[in-house]
Design a protein around this ligand. Sequence first.
Ligand SMILES: [Zn+2]
Length: 133
Amino acid sequence: MAIRVQCGSCGATMNVKDELAGKRGKCPKCGAVIDVPAAGGSPVEAGPPPAPGAAPAAASMPAGTSDKSQSVAFILAALLGGLGIDRFYLGYTGLGIAKLLTAGGCGIWALVDYLMVGMGLMKDAQGNSLLKS
Ligand SMILES: [Zn+2]
């Protein structure tokens, strides 16, 4: 039985004798030194292909979803939109200050934000969709 290894230098694959397991061999093509995996260990290319559709283990929340609530943002936009409180809540500190100083863009900006949040089009400062709860 031979061990299949890939040259890290030129990318050529070759079969190496078992006696070289765990030692270093030489690529017959480009002469580069290659590490031969130990016998019984996992050969370089023998990793099982990732199962299709396999999801990463750690995902308590669907990707792209904010921890900010749409309904909270909506209430803030409705009651305190003129002070930019909804923007502060969503993490847009700079925009919140701007909105506060302009009194919600003379009400127009506050109204637009109010509608955006209400229609679920508003995202938080990280670009994640708001939590619909
Ligand atoms: Zn090579």
